[in-house]
Write a new protein. Structure first.
Length: 300
């Protein structure tokens, strides 16, 4: 799994396909995750969240924040996979091997972790807008805000008016704390799973089912490892609409002290369902589009 032979336009195309597959597959579960993370006392579980959302807002409530989610996924995956190829070369230099030498699963995981730090810079602003749209109804119900913003542009305008451009980077430290270790497990889990299914063959020979399962396993590894950090990030980004929010450690300590450790795992079930489905679709779309792009590159 390497992006080194693909140029940025090809990476953008594959990232668009992968990101779209990821969002379309998992958006309702992601919406439930954000709602349950931010307002755990409002929902008894995943089914309760789905039922209440449908009754109160309708089917469109499950797809609130889809536009910024698409932008976030496409931008993140474009930067992530482009930087992944560069970071693979950096890892090769560190370990002192030839640029064409295949990296081990652990070394690929390290390269993915490095690459995620760059992806965070484009992900944080779009995730903030997405999370606020997803939890806008709950913010109004709880009385934290009087009138909510119902469109992407109204949320963007509100952030700029209240906090300026830097307001889009609320939760940046939390996002970094989630992405860097998370993508180590993400790429590590994906590569280990592909190695298992390949059983000595080339990983490029794997069919759609092993790729789906490997992508799903990688996504599951990511979220199991960093879920409490993501919960804190969601709270910071959403609740900062109502006023100044404490940083990562302040929010973390407050949640544990007032609600208990289990509150950090609110919404884990929809997240795991989404992680497996969405990341399976992401890697399947990415791998097949990458192979198509590589054939086109080789034909010139």
């Amino acid at each position: 799994f390497s992006c080194e032979n693909l140029q940025p336009p090809s990476l953008t195309s594959t990232a668009c396909l992968g990101g779209t597959a990821c969002v379309v597959t998992g958006q309702p579960f992601d919406t439930a995750k954000v709602k349950m993370q931010t307002f755990p006392n409002m929902y008894k579980g995943l089914i309760d969240c789905f039922v209440k959302t449908y009754k109160q807002v309708g089917f469109r409530g499950f797809y609130k924040g889809t536009t910024p989610a698409l932008v976030a996924n496409i931008a993140e995956n474009s930067v992530l996979f482009m930087c992944y190829g560069f970071c693979q070369q950096i890892v090769r230099r560190i370990v002192g091997v030839d640029r064409k030498t295949k990296l081990s699963d652990l070394q690929n995981a390290a390269a993915g972790s490095f690459a995620s730090a760059f992806a965070t810079l484009v992900l944080c602003p779009t995730e903030l807008v997405k999370c606020r749209l997803q939890a806008m109804h709950e913010m109004q119900l709880s009385g934290k805000i009087i009138q909510g913003h119902n469109t992407v542009w109204s949320v963007v305008k509100g952030v700029i008016q209240k906090d300026g451009p830097l307001g889009f980077y609320r939760g940046l430290s939390s996002t970094l704390l989630r992405e860097v270790p998370g993508y180590f497990f993400f790429f590590g889990g994906y590569e280990l799973s592909r190695t298992f299914f390949a059983s000595g063959r080339s990983k490029d020979e794997l069919g759609p089912i092993p790729l789906l399962l490997s992508g799903g396993f990688g996504g599951s590894c990511l979220w199991i490892a960093v879920y409490p950090v993501d919960c804190v990030k969601s709270r910071i980004q959403v609740l900062s609409m109502a006023g100044k929010q404490t940083g990562f450690m302040g929010t973390f300590v407050t949640v544990v002290r007032t609600e208990g450790v289990l509150a950090l795992y609110s919404g884990l079930k929809p997240t795991m369902i989404r992680a497996f489905l969405a990341n399976g679709a992401l890697f399947l779309a990415y791998e097949y589009s990458r192979k198509l792009m590589m054939k086109q590159v080789d034909s010139y």
